[in-house]
Write a protein that binds this ligand. Structure first.
Ligand code: ADP
Length: 464
């Protein structure tokens, strides 16, 4: 229970929810606070305006009818309902000549008016007197005969409005906080749910060791979708590597068993009659041949796994493909002559590309070896080299039986051997190594064939 709580509090959803709620409440506090300040300023300005108007009115009454007119007016107003204004007239020494006597002003004015500020002529003096329920805003004006007229108004009404506003603001905030928590939780869960799916997929892979699982994309094209797409691409690559590894192991188990059994049979046969020198020599020759075959296959498997898995370290240097092709052609001259096959090289343009020399020597050897192996006796094999844009393109053409249309797309697959070629020795690994090496260099491979007439294998390598 406790560890569950600790986990939740560490979760991204939880933190996003808190941030969301916090920011929303902070924004609301700022907005409500600004409105409160504006409202307060507005009410103060309105109170001052009202007091100012009253001052002006009473000043006019005073100047026309003197103190008596003012006192008459005030008494009459006070006799009616609650007087709206506190009125006081003092002489220049602040001695009271007339004052409102309604008891409602006592909490504000009792003993405080003696120290109230005296106005200069032409400049009203403003002050606030605090009472129990609020404030009395008070303005004093110097009259023409040097006496002072004071008009005051209690802020109870404005206070009530502001109090009501404070209540509304606090209620809004107390409603907003749980709502923002809930909406934050909902939004963060919704935004992060693809990550949970991703986590589930990873958990499944970790638990089962199967890399065939894929995380469904939502097609929104957002950042999480992009992550999911790359994650799936990564899974696909890992799956391909794992399958390749498993196939290589399968192949090693199946295809190495035959030559190794033959090797053991030869040795056992020779041991049955250890005195027969000729049989011993024959058996040793057979053993050497078989072990050579095993070694070649093992080497090719390792080469393929390294190139496909991206672990092969290719040392890229500028390689002149014309020189390289001529060198490989010379290596195969003897084999070609034994089949009465003439190999030729044609070249045009700059043929230098940044590749691994040894790896591409094997690439060209593999393709040329196939062409000589599968071409008919006495027919030519040609290597054509040309430059197309930023690529060096190499074609190896033969005049063999060709490859059936249904076999053609598969000749690059590992261990694939067309049915027509079962008479020829081979492992079905050569072209898959070619493809892996060329693709690891950013190039591409292709093959076209006309059954009965021959095949052309093409390799394209970027120069850079
Ligand atoms: P292999 O060791 O069997 O030659 P590769 O991977 O080099 O293995 O070739 C795969 C298959 O592609 C071959 O078994 C053969 O059926 C076909 N193939 C390759 N090159 C040629 C070619 N020049 N002409 C006809 N078939 C070919």
């Amino acid at each position: 229970m406790l560890s569950g709580l600790a986990k939740t509090s560490r979760s991204l959803s939880f933190r996003l929810t808190l941030w969301h709620a916090g920011l929303l409440v902070a924004a609301a506090v700022a907005a409500l606070g600004t409105v409160y300040v504006e409202l307060r300023n507005l009410t103060i300005a309105r109170e001052r305006e009202t007091i100012d108007l009253r001052l002006g009115f009473l000043e006019a009454v005073y100047s026309r009818g003197g103190l008596d007119s003012v006192s008459d007016l005030v008494r009459r107003a006070e006799a009616g309902r609650d007087a709206a204004f506190f009125i006081q007239v003092t002489d220049a020494a602040n001695r009271t000549l007339f004052s409102s006597n309604s008891p409602q002003w006592q909490p504000y004015t009792d003993g405080k008016l003696d120290h109230a500020p005296m106005p200069a002529p032409g400049r009203d003096a403003w002050t606030s007197l605090e009472g129990e329920d609020g404030t009395l805003r008070l303005a004093a004006r110097r009259l023409g005969d040097d006496n002072v007229l004071r008009v005051g108004r209690a802020t109870v009404e404005s206070r009530r409005v502001l109090n009501a506003y404070e209540g509304i603001a606090l209620t809004s905030l107390s409603i907003l906080f749980p709502i923002s928590l809930a909406s934050g939780w909902f939004l963060s869960r919704r935004a992060l749910s693809p990550l949970s799916t991703l986590t589930l997929a990873v958990q499944e892979i970790v638990a089962t060791g199967r890399f065939s699982a894929r995380v469904p994309t939502r097609g929104t094209g957002d950042e999480i979708d992009e992550l999911v797409i790359y994650f799936n691409v990564m899974l696909e690559r890992i799956e391909k590597l794992m399958t390749g590894l498993a196939e290589s192991l399968d192949f090693a188990a199946h295809d190495l068993r035959t030559p190794l059994t033959r090797l053991r049979n030869s040795a056992e046969a020779a041991l049955r009659d250890p005195l027969d020198q000729t049989a011993l020599a024959d058996a040793l020759v057979a053993c050497v041949e078989e072990s050579e075959r095993v070694l070649v296959t093992v080497r090719r498997l390792i080469e393929l796994a390294a190139a496909e898995g991206g672990v092969a370290r290719f040392e890229r240097t500028p390689v002149d493909f014309l020189r390289l092709a001529t060198e490989v052609m010379d290596l195969y001259r003897e084999i070609a002559e034994s089949k009465d096959v003439e190999v030729s090289v044609e070249a045009s343009g700059s043929l230098v590309a940044q590749v691994d020399l040894d790896a591409f020597r094997r690439v060209i050897s593999n393709v040329l070896d196939n062409a000589i192996k599968y071409t008919r006796l006495g027919t030519p094999v040609s290597i054509r080299l040309r430059r197309v844009d930023d690529e060096v393109v190499l074609d190896v053409a033969d005049c063999g039986e060709g490859i059936a249309a249904e076999d053609l797309p598969h000749v690059w697959d590992r261990l694939y051997r067309a049915r027509s070629s079962s008479a020829q020795p081979g492992s079905g690994l050569g072209l898959s190594i070619v493809r892996a090496v060329v693709e690891a260099h950013g190039g591409s491979v292709g093959a076209r064939s006309e059954p009965g007439k021959g095949s052309v294998f093409t390799i394209r390598v970027p120069t850079g």
